[in-house]
Write a protein that binds this ligand. Structure first.
Ligand SMILES: Cc1ncc(COP(=O)(O)O)c(C=O)c1O
Length: 390
């Protein structure tokens, strides 16, 4: 099967785009989104994919994935209403936030969303009241200290509470159909999934002995994008997960909620150097995008972005800061770079997930404009971009 590729602009493309658009500029490839969806479908063939739109809620991504038949993981009334406005049926959504708001329940009623997760007694009471008869999955806590972003610090019931909570949900008139888990974002090996599946298998067996039919399993997100320092074999990893699902969960409906994987490789940032300074013996470069913008992922996603300047020469350590007046707005310290000047362009590949999604307009700086590669490349006559196989 084909290996995963990612979208990366060539120097020529960066120059042409910067001549025609202001920076900071985000360039999104919808074809790469499609490739990512098809890649996951091919490697997890019996899994119903729900795109976790929190990773990048750009409407054009949602539309493309909807056309491809994807379902969606939503976390709020806003996300539900955004999808509903695109004409996406509530039956294609799972409200996968274990703590839901009153507004979220109203949006569910309006859009016809009836699948959701829970991990507490109080949430069972809320769902039974606001969405009686809903299909619910118990969110199970998975301990995975190796995860890049550990999503189990905040959510998930411990294993020993799983069946009691499922029984309570059933007794409350809910259709408790199974278990959901999330092994943590950017998980680069199959082990955490396999360990989680082993725990779930034992819970499903226990449930069966007690006459409870659990027929759905949601394996969450966590599927990784390429990283400079970590090597992994994604087809092999997904193959192992898929084989285990087939072996241990033969008659169970399997769902997944990939976020980062679907969009992370599909967007590039072009940002400009707007200031240079020497402070305490260190070179500082100021960019026109920062922590409050696309680089919000440095804080919220703990991500280290690759900066490509297309300049030759010896490298030195430098500090990179954003354009705002806040001293928190520093992205990288001691980052190796060639010498840069005001006006130089920097390309940041692999920045489609948890970047523009959490950008703000703090200090009056606008968010980076997002253009679609397949449209602008034709309009500007740019033929070459680099799509790398990894
Ligand atoms: C419930 C849930 N599902 C899916 C995701 C998407 O995770 P990832 O981007 O690692 O695939 C998240 C991320 O926060 C999440 O909280």
């Amino acid at each position: 099967m084909k290996r995963q590729g990612f979208f990366q602009l060539s120097q020529e493309a960066v120059m042409k785009l910067a001549e025609n658009f202001e920076t900071p500029l985000l360039v999104l490839s919808l074809d790469q989104i499609e490739k990512n969806y098809c890649f996951l479908k091919a490697h997890l063939p019996n899994v119903r994919l729900h795109y976790a739109m929190k990773a990048n809620p750009d409407l054009r991504i949602l539309e493309r994935l909807s056309e491809l038949g994807s379902s969606f993981d939503v976390a709020s009334d806003g996300e539900i209403r955004t999808l509903a406005e695109l004409g996406i049926d509530g039956q294609r959504m799972i409200y996968a936030n274990p703590i839901k708001t009153a507004g979220g329940f109203r949006a569910c009623a309006d859009a016809g969303v009836s699948r959701m997760t829970f991990d507490s007694v109080s949430e069972i009471e809320k769902i039974a009241k606001c969405c009686p008869g809903a299909t619910v999955l118990l969110r199970l806590r998975i301990d995975n200290t190796k995860a890049h972003v550990d999503l189990n610090k905040k959510f998930g019931a411990p294993r020993e509470q799983a069946l009691p909570l499922i029984k309570l949900a059933l007794a409350s008139g809910l259709n408790a159909a199974g278990i959901a888990f999330h092994v943590g974002s950017q998980t680069t090996s199959a082990e955490p999934y396999l360990e989680a599946l082993e725990i779930v298998r034992s819970i499903y067996a226990e449930a069966k002995e007690q006459g409870i039919d659990l027929h759905v399993l949601d394996i969450g997100g966590g599927m990784p994008v390429p990283e400079p320092k970590v090597r992994f074999n994604l087809p092999a990893m997904l193959g192992q997960i898929s084989a285990r699902l087939e072996e241990d969960f033969p008659n169970i409906e399997i769902w997944a909620e990939p976020g980062r994987f679907m969009c992370g490789t599909a967007m590039n940032l072009i940002t400009s150097v707007i200031g240079v300074n020497e402070r305490n013996g260190q070179t500082w470069y100021f960019l026109d995008d920062g922590i409050y913008g696309t680089f919000s992922g440095v804080i919220f996603d703990q991500w280290d972005y690759k900066l490509i300047s297309f300049k030759e020469g010896t490298k030195h350590k430098a500090t990179f800061a954003g354009p705002s007046c806040d001293s928190l707005d520093i992205m990288f310290r001691g980052k190796m770079t060639t010498t840069l000047e005001v006006g130089d362009l920097i390309l940041v590949p692999l920045c489609g997930a948890y970047t523009s999604a959490s950008a703000t307009t703090f200090n009056g700086f606008h968010k980076a404009q997002i253009v679609i590669w397949e449209e602008v490349s034709v309009a500007l006559g740019i033929t070459k971009c680099l799509a790398k196989a990894v």
